[in-house]
Design a protein around this ligand. Structure first.
Ligand code: FES
Length: 80
């Protein structure tokens, strides 16, 4: 018996976005946007995305993304 999988749009993610947090359907782009907005810890990223940690499996990847951002990146990319 074959399972029928319906195509349900789960978010507005762009085709090249990577899901980092499956519990909250957060993509790397959303996480980078939260960091650019001042988030410096996973807890602050969740808050910026209006969600909370569920299983916590994504926090290591989230920390890696936070650490790869150059200091003051949000200031430098702000543009005038
Ligand atoms: S994958 Fe992010 S809280 Fe579970």
């Amino acid at each position: 018996m074959r399972a029928v999988i319906s195509r349900i749009p789960i978010s507005d993610a762009a085709p090249d976005d990577m899901y980092v947090c499956l519990c909250n359907a957060l993509t790397d782009t959303q996480i980078r946007d939260a960091i650019a907005g001042g988030a410096q810890r996973p807890k602050e990223v969740y808050a910026a995305c209006n969600c909370n940690a569920q299983c916590g499996c994504c926090t290591g990847t989230m920390l890696s993304i936070i650490r790869e951002q150059p200091a003051g990146a949000d200031q430098a990319s702000g543009g005038d």
